[in-house]
Ligand binder design. Structure first.
Ligand code: PLP
Length: 388
């Protein structure tokens, strides 16, 4: 049995998505910018997708810029806004330490161009307080980027309140909603943000697809220079079949979101409760109420999460750590560190992220196998320590 509990990394495409992508690959090869009938048909496909994406986030289709994914959407929002504001006296960007690298490294690149950045740490709950946020805002703040839901712990930020504070200070507010869109209801109107990023492959769409929603009137300089596609906001010939797949995924997400969320959160809670009850030295990281329904991040005392990940993989179970293995050194999760957790705890934490096709049987299997694996690995690590 193979069990996939890594939906926050990527999710399997829905059969309807596979069907439309493969069909249009064969039938709609037109360039959506061409004037002739082939081009107009391709453009109509993109318009449908734009409408489906807009409906999922309660937006106007004309405000959707189709991109190659969440990373590009984050880049376009932050770099594009910063570049558009470069001639104004405001030179500061405010963000949090739990953002995805697509945001953090984009801001670092802007710092190298003379921008300053305030990167807020969070309390252990993983939820930013409005007081801490307000204190970071000043008359120099041009752009704010605070994610909606976090990819590692699943916590949801009070984006509507934060965006309204940013507006009071005249700053532009971007939110990376890659991990919330398709999992919980997202309305750009209710959030009151200026720009919002989403990614197709996180909710059953194809990889390499995404979108940036930009409020009408917000000025952005295109990060991709070239042709005048996407109303001059994103150059490059659109990938019509894949973007049609993103549209279908958005439509399916909108139709099934409430039911899936209810079912998946019950399974996630069951898994969490079973682990906490049967494996000693375990704790859930981050606030357990302000969370997307599919995610739990659990620390296992006295255990390298990486070794538990490998042991689970050998049993056919796919989960993830927040840590990135770069050049042989295992970095503890920057998210858990930004939440003030010690690096030891950041190193022994695993993320379980469920999805639409997760079953009760799978959850029972994982909950049943974990206590034995943890006991075995803890014994091995004690023996290894004694031998050192
Ligand atoms: N933002 C967040 C919060 C993510 O989790 C991810 C993907 O892991 C991204 C951005 C990047 O999205 P993409 O893989 O579509 O480039």
């Amino acid at each position: 049995m193979r069990i996939y509990l890594d939906y926050n990394a990527t999710s399997p495409p829905a059969p309807e998505v596979v069907e439309i992508v493969s069909r249009l690959m064969a039938t709609e090869f037109g360039n959506a910018s061409s004037v002739h009938a082939f081009g107009q048909r391709a453009k109509a496909v993109l318009d449908d997708a734009r409408g489906q994406i807009a409906a999922l986030i309660d937006a106007d289709p004309s405000e959707i810029v189709l991109t190659s994914g969440g990373t590009e959407a984050d880049n376009l929002a932050i770099r594009g806004a910063a570049e558009a504001l470069e001639r104004t006296p405001r030179r500061k960007i405010v963000t949090t330490g739990i953002e995805h690298e697509a945001v953090l490294n984009t801001i670092k690149a802007l710092e190298r161009r003379g921008w300053s950045a305030t990167t807020l740490t969070l309390p252990e709950t993983g939820v930013l307080t409005t007081d801490a946020f307000r204190a970071a805002l000043d008359r120099d703040t041009a752009v704010v980027s605070v994610m909606h839901a976090n990819n590692e712990v699943g916590t949801i930020q009070p984006v509507a309140q934060l965006a309204s504070l940013a507006r009071e200070h005249g700053a532009l507010f971007h939110t990376d909603a890659v991990q919330s869109v398709g999992k919980i209801p997202v309305s750009v109107k209710q959030l009151g943000v200026d720009a919002l990023s989403l990614s197709g492959h996180k909710f059953g769409g194809p990889k390499g697809t995404g979108a940036l929603w930009i409020r009408r009137g917000v000025r952005l300089v295109s990060t991709m220079t070239g042709g005048r596609q996407e109303r001059n906001r994103r150059a490059g010939t659109e990938n019509v079949p894949l973007l049609a797949g993103l549209g279908v995924a958005a439509q399916l997400a909108a139709a099934h979101l409430a039911n899936t969320a209810r079912r998946v959160s019950a399974l996630r809670d069951r898994l969490e409760e079973r682990i906490l009850a049967t494996v000693d030295g375990t704790a859930v990281n981050g606030d357990r109420s302000a969370r997307v329904p599919n995610t739990t991040n659990i620390s296992f005392d006295g255990l390298e999460a990486e070794s538990l990940l490998i042991a689970l993989d050998l049993e056919g179970i796919a989960v993830s750590t927040g840590s990135a293995c770069s050049s042989g050194s295992l970095e503890p999760s920057h998210v858990l560190r930004a939440m003030g957790l010690p690096s030891s705890r950041a190193r022994n934490s695993l993320r379980f992220s469920l999805g639409a096709s997760t079953t009760e049987t799978e959850i029972e299997f994982v909950a049943g196998i974990l206590p034995g694996l943890v006991t075995k690995l803890r014994r091995l690590s004690r023996t290894a320590a004694a031998l050192r």
